[in-house]
Design a protein around this ligand. Structure first.
Ligand SMILES: C[S@@+](CC[C@H](N)C(=O)[O-])C[C@H]1O[C@@H](n2cnc3c(N)ncnc32)[C@H](O)[C@@H]1O
Length: 282
């Protein structure tokens, strides 16, 4: 049974900022067996159901329906976000980048980063990282035949720890430019996300791209229902206004609706309320 190293798991609820230690060794298979309770929806599998993927179960599809009742555009937003990531990947490839680090990757079943990357450059390397062991287990199955793709169980709030974890530090060369993708994960991070992004930025070589997205459409009264739905969610939703996201993303670049990057309407005409920013590391 493989032993994975990752930062100590977070306590539930909001937490202070600061680097997490890299000291815990846990057995992934055992954790997945406990976490993958098929009686309960899993957040990443619910997103997969929204996207029309096959890495989900009836309980997740029911959760996706319930989510659409609360947020009728949830599937549109999920697709728009992956569309943004796809355009960022192509942009990075046009700049000659051949290494991709996807933090909070979710289940890479449909519109996956590795499909886009390897479709154009089969020798490129992709490192997926997610905090949810269920995601890690699904992702490993999905990329088992892809030697240039790794999947690491890690917490994006601990940049130095994740960057040196097996599967990232051994798989990518961070002394060369990398495209760092943080799509849809930061709204689950209660820490100071500007500090987290700045921590990652400091680790990237000049010429790297840093891209992040954050949903802003959910209203306060919906959050308890969403959290109840994401009973396996890790830290619960963290509501931030568009203004707060723009401020936090200043460390990356100007934030725009994901459909409006790299140019207005590039991903469709209807605004999604999901903000994205892309920046070049100088
Ligand atoms: C909405 S999904 C986004 C999936 C994909 N990146 C996309 O753009 O569609 C958010 C993912 O972030 C992961 N996540 C949340 N907090 C995280 C953390 N602190 N570190 C790593 N992953 C995290 C969740 O487990 C989940 O799989």
């Amino acid at each position: 049974m493989r032993v994975e190293y990752y930062p100590a798991p977070p306590p539930p609820g909001p937490r202070g900022s600061g680097e997490l230690s890299h000291e815990t060794g846990l057995e992934l298979d055992a954790i997945v067996a406990t976490a993958a309770d098929l009686e309960l929806p899993n957040f990443a599998r619910t997103v997969d159901a929204l996207l029309g993927g096959s890495a989900n179960f009836a309980v997740d599809r029911d959760a996706a329906d319930a989510l659409l009742d609360l947020d009728p555009l949830a599937d549109v937003r999920a697709r728009a976000q992956r569309g943004f990531t796809r355009r960022v990947v192509r942009h990075a490839q046009a700049r000659g980048i051949d290494q991709f680090l996807d933090l909070g990757c979710g289940i890479p079943s449909v519109h996956s980063v590795h499909d886009v990357v390897l479709g154009r450059d089969p020798a490129a390397r992709v490192a997926y990282v997610d905090l949810d062991p269920v995601v890690v287990a699904h992702a490993r199955d999905l990329v088992a035949d892809r030697p240039t793709v790794s999947v690491t169980w890690g917490d994006l709030r601990a940049p130095a720890c994740v960057a040196t974890a097996p599967g990232v530090g051994d798989h990518l060369d961070l002394a060369r430019p990398v495209a760092l993708l943080v799509g849809g994960a930061l709204q689950f991070v209660h820490d100071d996300i500007a500090a987290v992004l700045a921590g990652w930025r400091r680790l990237l070589a000049p010429g790297s791209l840093l891209a992040a997205t954050h949903g802003t459409t959910v209203t306060r009264d919906v959050v308890p229902n969403l959290d109840a739905l994401y009973v396996r969610g890790l830290a619960g939703l963290c509501l931030r206004s568009p203004h707060q996201v723009r401020e936090a993303f200043a460390v990356v670049g100007p934030a725009v609706d994901v459909v409006d990057w790299p140019a207005a309407g590039a991903g469709g005409r209807a605004a999604t309320g999901v903000l994205g920013a892309v920046g070049l590391v100088g």
